[in-house]
Design a protein around this ligand. Sequence first.
Ligand SMILES: [Zn+2]
Length: 128
Amino acid sequence: MRIRKNDQVVLTKAITGAKQLDRKALGKEEKGSVARVLSVLKDDERVVVEGVNYVYRHVRRSQKHPQGGRVAKEAPIHLSNVMLYCGKCNGPARVRMQVNEKTDTRGKRRREVLRVCKRCGEVVGGSR
Ligand SMILES: [Zn+2]
């Protein structure tokens, strides 16, 4: 899996989520919009993307929601509907994994796994 939490991703498909009462969609859900990954569900191959694919949850009365009611929340979408965002290409990027062996200041060997845009060679996201 090449997508991690807090990555910027591009939607490769319009995702229809919940609508508000005035029939406007709640988030930025059209194809091509860029948003942040909130969490990755590795086993399901799904990601939760900020502002995308809202669903309404019906919640009981509780301390946090004294009135109960409907709460809009992002639901996971499939990995195939997002691609990593490359800032240099300003668009979706196919990436390759690059492993760098480095020696740190105390002489310890470290592996650095980078994701590199195949088109422009820019490192996408941070290192791990
Ligand atoms: Zn690029």
